[in-house]
Design a protein around this ligand. Structure first.
Ligand code: SF4
Length: 72
């Protein structure tokens, strides 16, 4: 399993973008699809990685764990 930081290095901004969709083929190849491309033609469906700068980048907001959730 790869760490988040290595994914961030290989993929760039898409790995942490709300519009980034990770796709793994049957052969195990990894692609990233930009969902923003569906509504805005300025963005490629499959961006060339790593994406280091992007006008459409919106950082994914992770939900904080609720106190006493019992997960550890
Ligand atoms: S908007 Fe930019 S950073 Fe976000 S998924 Fe698309 S190409 Fe990647």
């Amino acid at each position: 399993m790869r760490s988040v930081s290595s994914a961030r290095e290989r993929v760039g901004l898409c790995a942490e973008c709300v519009h980034g969709r990770r796709i793994v083929s049957a052969k195990g190849s990894e692609f990233w699809r930009c969902a923003k491309s569906e509504t805005d033609p300025r963005f490629p469906k499959y961006p060339r990685l790593p994406v280091l700068a992007c006008d459409g980048y919106e950082k994914t907001v992770r939900q904080p764990l609720s106190p006493g959730g019992g997960e550890d």
